[in-house]
Ligand binder design. Sequence first.
Ligand code: A3P
Length: 307
Amino acid sequence: MAEENSPVTSQHSKKHAPALTHFQGHWCLSQLVPNVISFQKHFQALDDDIVLASKPKTGTTWLKSLAFSIMNRNRFTLSDSPLNSSNPHDLVPYFEMTLYKDGQIPDFADVSSPRLFSTHLPYQALAESIKQSNSRIVYIARNPLDVIVSLWHFITSKPERADWTLEECFEQFCRGEEAYGPFWDHVLRYWKESSEKPNKVLFLKYEDMKENAKPHIRKMAEFMGFPFSVEEETAGVIEEIAKFCSLSNLKDLEVNKTGTLAASPRQTKPFFRKGEVGDYVNYLSNSAVERFCKIFDEKLSGSGLTF
Ligand code: A3P
């Protein structure tokens, strides 16, 4: 059994899957371990910070575009929004992949408050100051079967990872041995925190937002400290933000069709695919679905959380 703080590299790493290290109770992308340590050591949260947290492929890009638009709606009109020319990931940086990469210790002196950050890290791996301060966390969760399919498409969009099979991806999730996983621990911990401290963690579900984004955008804005005024409600500002941040609009922007991220050589296009609920039925067999649900439902049993 691995010690909490002693990294163990995955014995199951496949040649074409990202290498993982077991670290502080989760499977961390091996290359990110030093960044995570540096983030935990150096990051000082402010009371009005907002942190967007998610497992990869649960709707992070969408959440970033919504949070950015909510927070900055008095600075930019939607037609002037930086989201028209920058990918959401360049506007809302990750702690572990961007801000603390390559031994950097970022200087936040020029970043105006309230600051907006993001992370894929599980709750236990957040910098202590995030947990201790009044900063707030908005978490998005999604049906893991759709996440598996989405992740497989995303990873295999890189030519060097093109032969990673859906089976390998699926098996990783069944073992709970995927990046930032196990999936169930990730969602359950944020779910627990949001149940115990609803003013600290807002828990959103991708599927609910797809069904009707408006009440969730309203809730996000209130939670983040940027509530919509009656005049804004009447003027349809929430609907405008929902439309602007929709998959169809963002996907069609040149920056998201042909661009690359500013912070890494990653192309922006693969962040926008189908955005459908239940797309997994087109990829996973009934028996695979049944097998995963059995594991997942057991892990979630008694939590009150369902997908
Ligand atoms: P699919 O691969 O199922 O289409 P993340 O942003 O966490 O990487 O998640 C990516 C998933 O969210 C992809 O799902 C992508 O298509 C979908 N997505 C991206 N932008 C979206 C948006 N604005 N609205 C809804 N879904 C979005």
